[in-house]
Design a protein. Structure first.
Length: 133
């Protein structure tokens, strides 16, 4: 009897653990609003190229000069490399312009990155079917 209860408990824990990665992945339209494009210009503070999605963090000055911290989710590292982006290409301290789609939660300065332009005018599409230009 004790063995069958233990087997049921172990099976339940394994099944719950297998579902965690599915729960962790979000729906694009649940997080980002395709009707809310956003463009920000700021200074990169961090680039994280990691699975499942990479992130670009930057400081953006608002109209009053106050610095706001922004975060943009991008594609997978392998997808970004296929689109012309290489690790180490953008470093902290560099000024960039990012075009993307705003997060539905307007209390967060967050978006999904569609295009990144460096200070020298080079443009990188970093998500989906975008390509380097």
């Amino acid at each position: 009897m004790k063995r069958s209860v233990l087997a049921v408990l172990v099976t339940g824990v394994v099944l719950l653990g297998a579902g965690v990665p599915v729960w962790a992945h979000h729906s694009f339209t649940a997080v980002f609003d395709t009707n809310q494009p956003v463009t920000v210009k700021g200074v990169i503070t961090q680039v994280r190229l990691e699975n499942p999605h990479s992130w670009f963090f930057l400081d953006v000055r608002d109209a009053s000069g106050k610095v706001e911290k922004w975060a943009f989710e991008a594609g997978t590292p392998s997808g970004m490399i296929r689109n012309g982006f290489k690790p180490g290409l953008i470093k902290a301290g560099e000024e960039v312009t990012i075009k993307g789609l705003r997060a539905r939660d307007l209390s967060q300065n967050m978006g999904m990155l569609r295009e990144l332009t460096t200070a020298d005018g080079k443009v990188y599409g970093l998500f989906g079917s975008e390509t380097a230009k």
